[in-house]
Design a protein around this ligand. Structure first.
Ligand code: URA
Length: 441
């Protein structure tokens, strides 16, 4: 077999075989196949696409390219969750303890934020003492004892994705549905789960700007799940406005606690409950309607919140901050951003809200930059809300006074205030399973 022929097959629009994909992935990871040939193949895939089963084969080869987590020592069906990311997305912090409090173990590996999107690990590290760098044995021990843990990646998982993602980033081949789908799903499969719930975001703060694009990506990932024997369900959810009102690391931990205390805004609460219900259903806890009830009951009784506190303590964190937010380190500088005119918030450039939060210190420009955990934005008005000139749109927080001007300028650019009230936008657009697309809007 020759890499030249594999590139030629794909260039001419043929379906690659499992043997060809195994040849490419294994030899690309061990360095035998040079970057220029891998980039030619990535571009051929970008231009010609892949069939559903071909994407499944590629995903499997990528998943097997490094170490794989073995969760067989945990009881029952292990369900993982993945969100394609956005602004204010703190769902993992609430969903994991809800599911764990129903007796379903959740061993979750998460990532860090880069650019305008936040990362779950950074949010968790805003809790004093909290550790997310935990070795595999201890990670599994915490899941056995507490029911859940959220940590950074342990071991050398999916090296093929690390190399391929870096290559795609510099060869204009990121925006390819088979390549995105295989990248995301290979990491989930290597993380050892039996079933997967995906939260595929769409809108101005998401990778996929429209519900149609998001549905196509979801269908590709659900098909991969079928191909590799992992039942996969995807919800298409709104990211045309930030999720919840708080953006920034410790602010988002506080809002996740509010979800578990039943006091958070409806968009974030409903999204967390629906994701948790879908995970519970895949874990065999009953019909979706029964699982929704179960999730709600765990929040109402306080069991889900107590589970988060126990997980934080097991990972070395000070859970007192979760019960009393004034114990969190507080940002020394704050500023209220006010509406420049009367009207309605007609739309929000959600990515720009994330950029504003990063400019305040909540995000990182480069992988090793440090984060200001106290920095962020508390939104008082979002899309659809009426405003009068001078009303507070949002409060900005930062440890650095000089960052407030930039943050204010960027945030004001994110708001489009008009005379007309926009039509309401749903939180959920569709649910995608192997049986098809069920519209929810
Ligand atoms: N997230 C991933 O993990 N991979 C992609 O290709 C895109 C988003």
């Amino acid at each position: 077999m020759r890499m030249y022929d594999i590139i030629e097959h794909k260039r001419d629009g043929h379906e690659l075989t499992p043997e060809e994909l195994n040849y490419f992935v294994s030899r690309y990871v061990d360095g035998t196949i040079p970057e220029y040939q891998a980039s030619a193949l990535a571009m051929a895939i970008f231009l010609k696409g892949m069939t559903a089963r071909e994407t499944g084969w590629l995903t499997w080869e990528m998943a097997c390219s490094g170490e794989m987590m073995d969760l067989s020592s945990l009881p029952g069906i292990k369900v993982d969750k993945h969100s394609t990311g956005g602004v204010g997305d703190k769902t993992t912090l609430a969903v994991v303890p809800i599911v764990a409090s129903c007796g379903i173990p959740v061993a979750k590996m998460s990532g860090r934020g880069l650019g305008h999107t936040g990362g779950t690990l950074d949010k968790l590290e805003s809790i004093p003492g909290m550790s997310v760098s935990i070795d595999r044995e201890r990670f599994l021990q915490i899941v056995r004892e507490v029911g859940c843990a959220v940590v950074g990646q342990t071991g050398n998982l999916v090296p093929a994705d690390k190399k391929l993602y870096a290559l795609r980033d510099v060869t204009a081949t990121v925006d390819s549905i088979p390549l995105i789908a295989s990248s995301i799903m290979s990491k989930k499969i290597a993380a050892g789960c039996d079933a997967i719930v995906l939260d595929v975001k769409c809108g101005s703060g998401a990778f996929m700007k429209t519900a149609d694009q998001a549905t196509k990506l979801a269908e590709a990932m659900v098909a991969i799940g079928e191909e590799v024997g992992r039942t996969t369900v995807a919800l298409i959810t709104d990211m045309d406005r930030p999720l919840g009102n708080k953006v920034g690391n410790s602010l988002e931990v506080m809002e996740a606690c509010q979800v578990l205390q039943g006091t958070a805004p409806a968009d974030i609460s409903d999204t967390c409950l629906e994701l948790a219900a879908n995970m519970l259903q895949l874990a065999g806890r009953g019909s979706l309607a029964e699982c929704r009830e179960l999730a709600r009951a765990q929040v109402a009784s306080g069991a889900a919140f107590e589970r988060l506190c126990r997980m934080v303590e097991a990972q070395g964190g000070d859970s007192r901050v979760l019960r009393d937010f004034s114990r969190f380190p507080q940002a020394p500088c704050k500023r209220e951003v006010r509406a420049p005119r009367d009207g309605f918030v007609f739309s929000m450039q959600t990515e720009q809200v994330g950029i504003a939060s990063a400019a305040l210190g909540a995000g990182r420009e480069t992988i090793d930059a440090t984060i200001d955990y106290t920095a962020g934005i508390d939104l008082a008005r979002k899309t659809g809300d009426p405003v009068h000139k001078g009303d507070v749109l949002a409060t900005l927080y930062s440890s650095n006074k000089d960052r407030l001007d930039d943050g204010e300028h960027l945030l004001l650019e994110a708001y489009d205030i008009q005379d007309e009230q926009p039509l309401p936008v749903p939180h959920f657009f569709a649910r995608v399973t192997a049986a098809g697309v069920e519209p929810l809007a």
